[in-house]
Design a protein around this ligand. Sequence first.
Ligand code: SF4
Ligand code: SF4
Length: 510
Amino acid sequence: MSKFHSAVTRRDFMKGLGLAGAGIGTAAAVSPLYRDLDEMIGSKTAQWKRPWWVKELELEEPTTEIDWDMVERFDARYSAHSPAEVCRFVGLDEYNRVRALSNAKQDMLDNKPGSTLRDNALNIGAGTGQYMSGYKTDYVFPAAGTCCGSFSVYWTGQKGVATPESMGVPKWSGTPEENTQMVRAAMRFFGATDVSVGELNERTKKFVSTYPQGGDVKYLDNWPPPDTYIKKIVFEDVDQGYSTDTKYVIPNKPLYCITYTVPMSKDLFRTGPGSQLRSAANISRYRLRAAIDTCTKGFLTALGYQGLEEPYPCFPSQAGAVLDGLAKMGRNSNVCISPEYGSVHGYFDIITDLPMAPTHPIDAGIFRFCHTCHKCADECPAKCIDQGSEPTWDFPASMYKPEMPVDYHAPGKRLFWNDPIACQMYSNSVAGACGVCMATCTFNTNGASMIHDVVKATLAKTSLLNGFLWNADKAFGYGLVEGDEKEKFWEIGLPAYGFDTTVGSTVGGY
Ligand code: SF4
Ligand code: SF4
């Protein structure tokens, strides 16, 4: 059986059609577009998965007729997306009269369904993402009539995003519970697959990094780098967050930390260490995060609140994920595991002053399972994941090396530790880095099968079957793919982004 995405065998396929044992003639009768299954599997239509009733034509031309002698290149300034072009036909007065028929401000003040402040904020947030790459435009947001100009991403959001003040309406006011539900809906729409919330209080502030990660080897002999190279993160008695050339400032006021999940392609992670396909899956989460972060900050700004995030990590999102219920720690202290998405995903965070109802930590039997499952530690090429039977407060003596720097483990957590220097050194030795622990994790299963839900429900209740489940995982053949099988990515049809975005949808039909 192919390990690169759990493929249905031809026999299973025939059984599914109720044709096991039937001849090719029978198969052809129910599948009139193909003479046999080989032809179907090998056809372009099969690689490009279309509904069965979409028929690939042999013709060069579409069914819409074209007279190529009449076709010429078109000057798109004359398209109806150019307001000037519309006005050339209808006149400026008529154009302005029609535009005045909709009154976005009044709709917001009237709480008109579909056009409330939060609905407008969603639209504004969704639109701000398109300026991430420095794209310049004179597009006018319909709700605010605010010219966007050019945008630049920064600590507190983006310049030029409409605010309730600029739109002439009061800022958003909802209960903390409503706000958590609203932000989850908005962020899932922007691309985050799950969202949790924690209060940034005196305890959790201890997780806020003093500096984000970074540090080029040019500072090896003159450590630490100057604050102009990596800005420090500080709290100040101010109302609004801001940043300078040397610091990111978080206000001392009630704040909430939104942590969100960005899955990655489980299949591409299975292509293993050194694979650029795996690297592409890994790096994608930062690209997706850029859009989610930008849109969410635009959304919060349009509601009248702050969203703070630029350096990584500000609030280490793995901490947020575990504290606020998105995930559980894995055996590797560098990895946490989501009940819904397994081990192959990333977490990010945004700090906001929008009052929100915190979410709570979870138990799904995952960390308990890790006590007896050592698969990632066994598979780790650098052997840098703790093999102990119980988590420890301190770095385990069995892994301690005298030359280890003492300051790269943040204490105060009882974990199975990993040695990140050994991990980095191995990853640096294989272009495209490693990720074997995440790829081979027993929880890196494709989610569509109901059997996985049964398995997860079982281990959430009891650890008695852990050994059996680990063996079953091995028997199903999950793990890395080898050799040419890695290149099957180019032939199979993964979901958009390489992962299943329907997880967590409460709407039927997806
Ligand atoms: S990324 Fe690779 S080297 Fe690092 S802990 Fe995971 S398996 Fe080990
Ligand atoms: S492979 Fe096993 S021990 Fe490692 S993180 Fe996954 S479930 Fe835990």
